[in-house]
Write a protein of this length. Structure first.
Length: 216
């Protein structure tokens, strides 16, 4: 009876591991499909705006290179021999690459000039949302920080801004008046946490200066 239970537990655990690996493989395939779907559109847009966005073209190329490496990683995985600990390691590596890809997309978005922003934003937003959804499926979540009080446990402040600077960047003065010192006005690099609440990566943010007011 004991031996039977041990066998049953072994096969149950193996089945769960295989199911998790298959689910991981499916996630990677979805990412690859998204890349194939949008890659040609991004290249077309890059060619259209080549003269004014040469740097963006280079960044898109770098992002695509990382996507190709992610796809190669999938091909190299021998799913038939993965054990539970190795599976966890592969999941962590996948999450790291997804976050790096998301960082690239955010940098591209930040570098687009206002004249071409509309044509790029929809595609880049689609990519970013898909990556965030895939991270959630790995039990990794983005830390929502915009318009919240700065907390050094989950974010690093890399710069400060003033009310005057906020006004110069926005026409919504009524909304800006609601900001308070130490409030996060911009997320430069996203932060992430695991489902158990532990921090995977602290965010990098810009905060409002201390001791200033809207009237200053």
């Amino acid at each position: 009876m004991y031996r039977f239970n041990m066998k049953w537990k072994f096969w149950t655990e193996r089945k769960r591991t295989n199911e998790a690996i298959n689910e991981l493989n499916t996630k990677i395939e979805k990412i690859d499909e998204l890349m194939q779907e949008t890659n040609e559109q991004l290249k077309k847009l890059a060619r259209m705006h080549y003269k004014s966005n040469k740097e963006i073209l280079g960044k898109v190329g770098q992002a695509n290179t990382k996507i190709d490496k992610l796809h190669s990683w999938q091909d190299m995985c021998d799913l038939s021999i993965l054990q539970n600990e190795k599976k966890e390691g592969e999941l962590q590596r996948l999450a790291k690459r997804l976050i790096e890809w998301l960082d690239d997309i955010d940098r591209i978005s930040a570098g687009i000039d206002s004249n071409t922003q509309g044509s790029w934003s929809e595609l880049l937003d689609k990519w970013a949302k898909q990556i965030l959804n895939d991270l959630v499926s790995l039990d990794i979540h983005e830390i929502k920080l915009l318009r919240t009080k700065f907390d050094a446990r989950i974010a690093d402040s890399i710069a400060t801004t003033s009310f005057k600077e906020l006004v110069s960047l926005s026409c919504d003065e009524e909304n800006i008046q609601q900001f308070v010192p130490y409030e996060i006005t911009e997320v430069v690099r996203r932060g992430f946490y695991y489902g158990d609440g532990s921090i995977l990566r602290k965010a990098k943010v810009v905060t409002l200066e201390e001791g200033v007011s809207f009237e200053n």
